[in-house]
Design a protein around this ligand. Structure first.
Ligand code: GLN
Length: 259
């Protein structure tokens, strides 16, 4: 059977400041190598709700405060309701830095503007301006085994790169994506990194994230196929030597090498 997935990409011209479009390339390639058709659909100001409702996965990249301010009203008022429906239908999503900040209750920008969020994640984000230094640098986090796919290589680590002024504080009911081993993560205080709710992952990890973390890319693809076709679909193992070498090189650089 020929499988296909369609990925909705939030505001690609405004939310890819930190190279997060690389995640789209990784997802596309890992589908193509497996004979899975992967179609990318930009979600922009003129996108219609009924078209967004057909997406099988949603992706959002990072952005500076200015771009977040430009798009927040359209995102909240015209995309919020359909994104909520997709979330509740367990459609998977990956949101990096500037986009998940807008999925919480609010994001306070560096110049004190309070951007009302979509309220889909029980969290809030504040940029303390010059009050706190930007969180910039390599990041290493520990993730739970829930992301493991039987038959595919798995490591309980994710390596990435953070570059954010905003700090995110999770509500009591929200699970972090992982625990910070090296770097700041959500706020540099409580060792949480990102958030996980249903099949949505929020993270501060640029890099792009998926280029050195094939296990997360495959988890997203596997989940997307499972939800769309209502059955678990075995993913063919790929030759990920280079990706895992890049992952392991960062582990060595930042932490203890995995056996
Ligand atoms: N503008 C936000 C901040 O500074 C998000 C930055 C990003 O997406 N890397 O925290």
């Amino acid at each position: 059977m020929k499988y296909s997935i369609t990925i909705g990409w939030l505001y690609p011209e405004l939310m890819s400041t930190y190279g997060d479009r690389g995640n789209i390339l990784v997802l596309q390639k890992r589908c193509e190598w497996r004979g899975i058709t992967c179609t990318i659909v930009p979600i922009d100001f003129q996108s219609k709700e009924e078209d967004i409702a057909k997406m099988d996965m949603i992706f959002g990249g990072g952005a500076q405060d200015r771009q977040q301010g430009i798009l927040i009203d359209d995102l909240r008022k015209r995309k919020g309701p359909v994104l909520k429906k997709l979330l509740e239908r367990n459609i998977p999503g990956l949101f990096v830095c500037g986009s998940p900040q807008l999925l919480g209750s609010f994001y306070m920008t560096g110049d004190g503007k309070k951007l009302e969020g979509l309220g889909l994640f029980d969290m809030e984000s504040r940029h303390f301006g010059n009050g706190k230094p930007r969180c910039i640098g390599n990041m290493l986090i520990r993730i739970p085994n829930t992301f493991e796919i039987p038959g595919l290589r798995f490591l309980d680590t994710v390596v990435g790169f953070e570059n954010h002024g905003g700090r995110t504080y999770l509500g009591t009911g929200l699970t972090p994506f992982g625990t910070v081993l090296v770097g700041n993560g959500n706020n540099g205080e409580d060792t949480t990194e990102g958030a996980r709710y249903k099949n949505w992952i929020a993270t501060y990890s640029h890099g792009p994230l998926l280029a050195k973390n094939p296990h997360i890319a495959d988890w997203l693809i596997s989940k997307t196929l499972e939800v769309k076709y209502k059955k678990k679909i075995k993913l063919q193992e790929l030759d990920d030597v280079l990706m895992w070498q890049a992952h392991d090189a960062m582990l060595k650089k930042l932490y203890v090498t995995k056996e």
